[in-house]
Design a protein around this ligand. Structure first.
Ligand SMILES: [Zn+2]
Length: 168
């Protein structure tokens, strides 16, 4: 079997379709922007390689379901969704576009490379910029925000409360 990696005409269409699948937790950002679509192969049928964010996020199953639906509707019932666990997803995989969208949504994107400040309790001591005014005079209100992967912060400059997407 020939295996074509990367972007061919067939896989480009799949990438486009995946770009329309939102993250269930942060619907303004697509699963492609989030970086959890690892690759799209052509193995005679399209293969979508997906890496789950992390075990604390129940969203993975929903994402697979959404991908399935989008591909079925677009006439790709033969498409295969393959879960790739290693190497693990990190917040470094969020695209620049994705980071911009997070800020516009009022969520501070991960500040540092995941190598530093990694994990649900990571990020302590990092300067987290307010997504509204950009000030780093922010303080952590609680360890967990609206979901376990976010912490709740408040800006000391403009008083804006916001979620910070932790580095994972
Ligand atoms: Zn602010």
């Amino acid at each position: 079997m020939t295996r074509t990696r990367g972007k061919t005409t067939a896989t480009e269409e799949i990438w486009r379709l995946l770009q329309s699948v939102p993250d269930p937790e942060i619907p303004i950002i697509s699963i492609v922007d989030l970086g959890i679509v690892r690759d799209v192969f052509d193995e005679g049928h399209p293969v979508v390689a997906i890496t789950p964010t992390y075990s604390g996020c129940p969203a993975t199953e929903m994402i697979e379901q959404s991908v399935r639906e989008v591909l079925d509707e677009a006439g790709h019932p033969d498409a295969e969704i393959r879960t790739v666990i290693s190497p693990a997803w990190t917040t470094d995989w969020i695209s620049d576009d994705g980071r911009r969208k997070l800020r516009e949504y009022g969520i501070a994107p991960p500040a540092a490379s995941a190598a530093r400040g990694r994990g649900l309790f990571g990020g302590v001591g990092l300067a987290i910029a307010c997504p509204r005014c950009g000030s780093t005079a922010t303080s952590r209100v609680s360890e967990f925000g609206s979901t376990p992967c976010k912490a709740h912060y408040q800006c000391g400059a403009c008083a804006e409360p916001f979620d910070y997407f932790k580095c994972l």
